[in-house]
Design a protein around this ligand. Sequence first.
Ligand SMILES: [Zn+2]
Length: 209
Amino acid sequence: MNHKLNEGAVSFRQKDFDKHKSLFGDLSSSQKPHTLFIGCSDSRLVPSLITSTIPGELFIIRSVANIIPPYKKGVNFPAISSAIEYAVLALEVENIIVCGHSNCGGCSALYKSEEEMKNLPHINLWLELSRPVKNRVTQMLPKATLAERDWMTEQKNVVQQITHLLTYPYVLERYNNNKINIMGWYYIIETGEIYNYDVEKGYFELING
Ligand SMILES: [Zn+2]
């Protein structure tokens, strides 16, 4: 596997880097990304690919199940909150995309028992932040099939994370003053479809049909 990665590094330098040499030169001393992209760590979700963007455009945070911890002064999951702080306050991004996806292992793990999660204690702790989503879906769809349950959980989870994002006072202030645009995306791996959450209508709409 190492061999494959090393070959990839050689190929990048010879082909893609060479093709975009002047872009990398321009980016050498500063960045001005327009968007903070917060997505699940899943390998099948590739932010630059699904947004057709190039280096320098997206500031990216990845986390299991694209969870954003609610704002708290002091130390509270600082890996995520420090990156949000930097993107919004220092880089002054214009957009924030929270992106969930189909077949999300993190979202389906919400339904696993303590016993099933006993070897994954950090994931279990992290998923606590999305527990309200599980409770809401279970209440709304008590007789749902597994597919319906997962689909609903993945979408509601995006909405929940937008709620968490708006607990950051500087995000809320910029959102209320129309200085920052917040989008909730749901990406379907096998079709390439992206649905955006319409806050006023309260549901997801296909944006690339
Ligand atoms: Zn995922």
